[in-house]
Design a protein around this ligand. Sequence first.
Ligand SMILES: [Zn+2]
Length: 481
Amino acid sequence: MIRTFSRSLILAPLLALLACSQDHGPASDSVAAAPDDQIDLIVMGDHVVTMNDAATVHTGAAVAIDDGVIVAIGPAAEINAQYSARETLDGKNRVVLPGLVNGHSHAAMTLLRGVADDLALMEWLNDYMFPAEVQFVDAEFVRIGTELACWEMIRGGTTTFVDMYYYPDTIAQVVDSCGMRALISATVIDQRSPDAESAVDSLQKGSEYIERWTGKNSRITPIFGPHANYTLNAEQLRATREAAMKFGVPISIHLSESPYEVQYSKDTYGMTSIELFESIGFFEGPTIAAHVVWPTEAEIPILAERKVGVIHNPTSNMKIASGIAPIADMLAAGVRIGIGTDGAASNNDLDLWEEMRLAAFLQKVEQMNPEVLSAETVLRMATSGGATAIGLGDTIGSLEVGKRADLIQVAFDDVHHVPTYDVVSHLVYVNDEQDVASTIVDGKVLMREGEILTIDTDRVAAEAKALAARIQSALQERNQQ
Ligand SMILES: [Zn+2]
């Protein structure tokens, strides 16, 4: 069950008192025993939005971090008295919350941002994206594009993402060096792609990649990414699930994204996409399903029962006109829901604050009901709910003692945050990625007060511009033929 924050101004002071009283609860609940030595980091904030089950918001609080783990959360004065830290991030005009979870992306497509806009999904894929990828995408493209994406995501407060693209070893190397957390799919697709020739070839290469990266870096989970049920047949989908079961890894896939896909499935198999997946045992292992715009009433309980993590991509679904996913209905049925940006070629940015806002607005206008999908509900989709949807709910997604220290500080200095009555309302309905001040993953500061510390941004910008110039001239040449 999801507890909601009150939107009422009258209740706000009462809530603040409740939050304060929670701060002064039994010390054993929120503050671990004092260690002898210095800890790594203290992150302070005027408010600490924990996104725990009780939706606790602490005021004038701090998060103590050591060895990548949250060791205490409590009133700033108590934390500072109890711990000495090697680094402290000041909390004046700062709101602390869990890092955002981007449940579906194609990171390197930042390099194809704006190449082809205003097209329907199948035309966009078959006439533009797939040919452009075969022509231009190699390991170097993926390295530069992924670095660009990680820069943008760290800048905007995203700490974890689920990626599906080509050359997964290269993606993993970038994630390793920039300090983010990611589930990185080896794409399986039955056509010539940038890194494979067929379904069999991509599954084989993907298996080798998974063997190379399993257990190598605690921030990186190698997974399989079968593209969709119209780019792989039922036998190939089943084989991919078998391989995932063999390695004990999850799968990320596009599911029930467009009316085309649903119709294709009915024409080919005599059943809808989700019925097909259920019939071949595809949901028997952990599944992260992107989009899920067209589930029928009968299919939604299957998604809940199979614990499928549904990733809502409102911008991409709107831009490609795929439709409006029944998020409120799926939430009510107990489906695990996260939120994602999709690739930058169909969004066209990686801003989860915008996704949250659009997710809320889209459901409200579709149902003509302003009460559906509250600010707290969508913030949960981008944090603890998203973490659960991708299988990391026990590790990240909320600020709780014992969880990995993935968190952000948002600056509430800008004019659009003056005044602030309700912090959660501002995070969802006001905040922009430019307001994020600091980003921390696994206890390591990746961005401090707007300065990216783990990526050479000047180099990446120069490389991206040089590569884009080559793509631009090749596209002009092709268009003149
Ligand atoms: Zn996608």
